[in-house]
Write a protein that binds this ligand. Structure first.
Ligand SMILES: C[S@@+](CC[C@H](N)C(=O)[O-])C[C@H]1O[C@@H](n2cnc3c(N)ncnc32)[C@H](O)[C@@H]1O
Length: 218
């Protein structure tokens, strides 16, 4: 029997009927929400406190940028945890579902959804406290051909996040690099653009697979 390929593809897995399927999938909702909660714990990770200028995050209604917010599962958890959120997604099929649910959220006034590309964020410098991205960041090189073009894209994105995020701001990225080379490629884009940090893998023996990158603007 042929095994179903479950690795999501961008943009096919997130447009038309597939975006409906995504939004209606209870397992997808559960996974995204659970992963977001882990990401929020990492935002407060004590090892990040010691990087650059020593500081501690307090319980505060920080403004979080949710990069690749999809239909809003991650954003909803960030809101429930007391943050203010700007959710950004490049696909209207996904974002429209998050916008549709907004009036039903108890803290709807604390969220804005923006249709935009992570690579070209329409946000002012020093306007965001922290950023998170759950299962989206590895798609930012979509449509870019060859190492030079891809490298330019990831570097420009890291640089623009550096400008948008306030001093000592943190970024938590959860994604699925396909191998160690791709992982290093993304990490070095941040290190070369003023961030410092480290990564956490659920299974450290796995080269690819689920990876969290914990970063702080230095
Ligand atoms: C797995 S889905 C959404 C995950 C999201 N955490 C959630 O809770 O639904 C990944 C999303 O990343 C978005 N995405 C991919 N590339 C993007 C880009 N360059 N800029 C903004 N969003 C992007 C896709 O449109 C898709 O909605």
């Amino acid at each position: 029997m042929e095994r179903k390929n479950t690795v999501p593809k961008f943009p096919e897995s997130y447009i038309g009927d597939k975006s409906e399927e995504y939004e209606n999938s209870l397992s997808m909702e559960r996974n995204q929400k659970k992963t977001t909660l882990i990401g929020i714990q990492y935002l407060f990770d004590e090892n990040l406190n010691k990087i650059g200028r020593i500081d501690f995050l307090k319980k505060n209604p920080y403004l979080i940028l949710d990069l690749g917010c999809g239909t809003g599962f991650s954003t909803e958890i960030m809101l429930e945890q007391g943050f203010r959120v700007i959710g950004v997604d490049i696909l209207n099929d996904m974002l429209a579902k998050a916008v549709y649910k907004k009036p039903f959220l108890s803290n709807a006034k604390n969220v804005e959804y923006v249709l935009a590309d992570i690579n070209q964020l329409p946000l002012r410098n020093n306007s965001i406290d922290h950023a998170m991205s759950i299962s989206a960041y590895n798609f930012i090189t979509y449509g870019k051909e060859g190492f030079r073009e891809m490298s330019k894209t990831v570097n420009n994105s890291a640089k623009s996040l550096y400008n948008i995020i306030k001093p000592n701001g943190r970024i938590i990225i959860e994604f699925y690099p396909k191998d160690e080379e791709e992982l290093n490629f993304f990490i070095s884009s941040f290190i070369n653009n003023g961030f410092n940090g480290f990564m956490i893998k659920n299974n450290p023996r796995q080269k690819g697979g689920q990876t969290f990158i914990l970063l702080k603007k230095c």
